[in-house]
Design a protein around this ligand. Structure first.
Ligand SMILES: [Zn+2]
Ligand SMILES: [Zn+2]
Length: 796
């Protein structure tokens, strides 16, 4: 009996779905959108998009006399009387349809209803239907739109309820028409794609990013003017006894008043905005005035913002605010916070190489822990990431989809309300496509938009669909290419955090000989297969260019490895290989800038200092100064830092000095030092060489060479105290030198040649060790020693 019922049920279902509705019949469009009199911008936009793409699909000019047999009824109960009438039948009172942007797509009679309680939801219902009809949007502009052409198309009876996993889904973008159209097609939270034509209403509008850049008193128009007129409302630099423009003073009641007046004025003038951002200026400086120093920087900042919200609520109740946990204010503060506002925790410490739950990753657990700590304090927590700006170079493909999928699933499990990631590269079809991240990374970006709506989709199914549309006959080869890249990407224990990194330092261990061989073969087959498919072939040619960026740098690493494995030149030859071009030669003498105040006055004397110093509060530091080059992900920064009891003042010059990072070049550091006559009992200084990348980014080994009047010590330190991948013992040597005299100058040469390190003091070789793979930084730390003639030269 049961079997019979099931059978009957299935038969009915089949009969039911048999009532397919014609969309295009013999080249004629059979369905027209119907919006209500009170339709808002998203509904109007969706109706226009539906018409436009359907015409493209049917390849027809609308025929005025032909009467379409069906309608696509778009709207909300408030904007379209037809939706209001059918609200109950559509189930719009259901809990899941109360969520922002959720929608129902339902066939009733000869019509399809694209309905929601939100105008944006009704629009998303239309775009969802268009995807079901076979349309895809993979990147901005019509170049990224895929509309299959057909003379006959029908669709089965629909009854689909869909609600996003995150209330806010943001791929940050400055206004650009095509970009915003794309974001709406992909069901993201974004403002109106065409405010002139459709207006704003119904789209989500937030004002500002680092909005404190633009909060002024009524008599000021720029932050410079504000700073000049009211310096006491800006952060205090305690050491220099001067206010600085880069941040505000949050304990000054006048600052609060300025901000409150500005917010009051904002809501009075812009009642239609959904939310206002309250985010400090993008600088690591926190005020050091007495009032502000009473609190830790995170509490100081969040307490100030919470106060602004609380006060503003009195005049403008029910308004929404967005703020960030970022920079020096990422830790949960020791104060009450207003609930129901949107706080986003910035993923500064999250790693993009590994899935969020991959046990190999040392960073992600801490990231999740801090995020959870925020959730204990607040109801609405979001995450703000940098996945698509991890690399500075826009032509670099980041095969990151499985990693993002794991992140999104974790965030959904934790109940986050917002997923945002920075992605502001525009797509301009008239510029080389392979140089634009919107194109190069179109697959992971597209997949992210799918997954941020529905975290339970298998990324593999998105990839298969993407390849089917994009690559024609070569879809299986290209699917394999993307999969190989995604798998290889996650291997190894290198970490990728923050943003704007140089991809070249991430190729080692990722791009293997086997991968090169496989992928090269896939591309040549794919190109051959698509010889006669212009669009697919073009995409493959361009994707191959993106692959070649990784391939070429990977090849260099592989050659370097081979050179090391097969044994490089004999040590004797390496020892003597001459140092040639100068990479870095600072024009300074250390003791001259022991006092920070002096240093500031003499700033012009330092040709390499271009940026104002950063102040990093660091109470435990010993006083001293340091000079050197930081090689951060392939880019060299000269830095001069002065440590005082309270702060480190870091002068940093972002100019690129080195063509290649130390990862790929041999170098010699030389200088002279002198222990002053009046120096204490054990004068010393140290120099650090760091191999294999930056402390926070990659595995590294730090070699600290300490020179004292009586001995030299070379210690190695690996990150997380892991066993060193090289044969270097923990403490290499402590060779006794003839005692060094105070007041006398001694030369030092430290050479890194084909990954061997030679340390020479006063013409005598003290240590030789290696091979060490990788590069890093070189710096000197000298609390009581004079150092002159510091030079870094390249050894070919
Ligand atoms: Zn202050
Ligand atoms: Zn990791």
């Amino acid at each position: 009996m049961k079997k019979f019922i099931i059978f009957l049920f299935l038969t009915l279902m089949l009969l039911h779905s048999g009532c397919a509705l014609n969309v295009i019949r013999n080249g004629k469009i059979c369905i027209v959108p119907a919006i209500g009199d009170k339709a808002l911008a998203p509904e109007k936009f969706a109706a226009d998009e539906f018409n436009r793409t359907l015409q493209k699909m049917a390849n027809s000019i609308p025929q005025e006399k032909s009467k379409p047999s069906s309608r696509l009824v778009i709207g909300t109960p408030a904007t379209n009387p037809e939706i209001a009438e059918k609200a109950e039948e559509l189930g719009l009172q259901r809990e899941e349809l109360k969520k922002r942007d959720s929608f129902i797509l339902k066939t009733i009679g000869a019509d399809i209803y694209a309905a929601s309680n939100y105008p944006s939801g009704a629009m998303f219902a239309v775009f969802d239907l268009m995807e079901r009809l076979g349309i895809r949007w993979f990147f901005p502009s019509e170049a990224g739109e895929f509309v299959p052409q057909t003379a006959n198309l029908s669709i089965d009876k629909l009854n689909i309820i869909s609600a996003p996993d995150f209330e806010f889904r943001v791929l940050g973008a400055h206004y650009k028409h095509d970009k915003y159209v794309f974001l709406q097609h992909c069901k993201l939270t974004a403002p109106s794609p065409d405010p002139k034509k459709y207006g704003h209403d119904g789209f989500y509008k937030n004002w500002g990013g680092h909005s404190f850049n633009w909060f002024f008193p009524p008599d000021c128009k720029t932050v410079e003017e504000y700073f000049k007129k009211y310096p006491e409302q800006f952060a205090w630099d305690k050491r220099n006894k001067t206010p600085v423009i880069s941040q505000h003073c949050y304990s000054n009641p006048d600052t609060k008043k300025t901000f409150l007046d500005w917010i009051d004025n904002f809501w009075t003038k812009n009642p239609d905005y959904n939310s206002l951002a309250l985010v400090p200026r993008d600088s690591p400086v926190s005020c050091q005035c007495e009032g502000c120093l009473k609190l830790d920087p995170s509490t100081l900042t969040h307490k100030f913002i919470a106060g602004l919200i609380r006060e503003s609520e009195k005049k403008h109740p029910g308004k929404m605010y967005q703020t960030l946990a970022y920079s020096f204010y990422t830790t949960p503060p020791q104060c009450e916070l207003p609930q129901n506002q949107i706080f986003s925790y910035c993923m500064i410490n999250c790693c993009y190489k590994h899935k969020i739950d991959d046990p190999i990753c040392v960073r992600n657990p801490k990231h999740i822990e801090e995020l959870a700590a925020w959730q204990k304090k607040l109801q609405c927590v979001g995450s703000y990431g940098y996945e698509f700006i991890a690399f500075k170079d826009n032509s670099i493909y980041t095969p990151i989809t499985p990693v993002i999928a794991s992140e999104l699933r974790q965030y959904k499990k934790m109940g986050l309300v917002r997923f945002a990631t920075e992605n502001y590269q525009h797509f301009n079809p008239s510029e080389p496509w392979e140089e634009q991240s919107s194109f190069v990374n179109r697959y992971p970006i597209y997949a992210t938009t799918r997954l941020s709506w529905n975290t339970s989709i298998e990324p593999e199914s998105i990839l298969r669909d993407f390849c089917k549309y994009s690559y024609g006959s070569a879809s299986s080869e290209m699917e394999e290419y993307h999969k190989l890249m995604e798998d290889a990407w996650q291997k190894g224990d290198a970490q990728l955090c923050g943003y704007n990194k140089n991809y070249k330092n991430y190729a080692d261990g990722f791009i293997t000989a086997e991968l090169i061989e496989k992928i090269d073969r896939l591309f040549s087959t794919a190109l051959e297969k698509t010889k006669n498919e212009a669009r697919a072939n073009k995409f493959i040619v361009l994707d191959q260019k993106a692959w070649q960026n990784w391939r070429n740098i990977g090849q260099r690493y592989l050659e370097l490895h081979t050179r090391l494995d097969t044994g490089s030149a004999p040590l004797e030859e390496l020892r003597k290989r001459p140092a040639e071009s100068i990479l870095y030669k600072p024009d300074l003498n250390l003791p001259e800038f022991k006092d920070f105040a002096d240093l500031k006055e003499k700033e012009d004397k330092f040709p390499n200092v271009e940026e104002p110093p950063l102040m990093l509060p660091h109470p435990q530091m010993e006083e001293g100064c340091m000079v050197g080059s930081v090689i951060e992900n392939g880019e060299a920064y000269q830095f001069i830092s002065v440590r005082t009891k309270e702060s480190i003042f870091l002068f940093k010059n972002p100019e690129i000095l080195f063509k290649n990072s130390f990862e790929q070049c041999n170098y010699e550091i030389s200088f002279r030092f002198r222990f002053p006559e009046n120096s204490g009992k054990n004068p010393w200084f140290d120099t650090s060489l760091r191999h294999a990348g930056l402390r926070l980014a990659q595995k590294f080994i730090d070699n600290i060479i300490t020179i004292n009047t009586h001995y030299v010590t070379i210690k190695t330190r690996s990150r997380d105290r892991e066993p060193s991948p090289t044969a270097l013992p923990e403490k290499l040597t402590a060779k006794i030198l003839p005692p060094l005299e105070k007041g006398k100058w001694y030369p030092v040469r430290i050479r890194a040649v084909d990954k061997w390190i030679f340390v020479e003091i006063n013409g005598k070789e003290i240590a030789t060790y290696g091979p060490i793979f990788g590069g890093g930084y070189a710096n000197l730390f000298s609390p009581n020693t004079e150092i002159r003639d510091f030079i870094i030269k390249e050894i070919k």
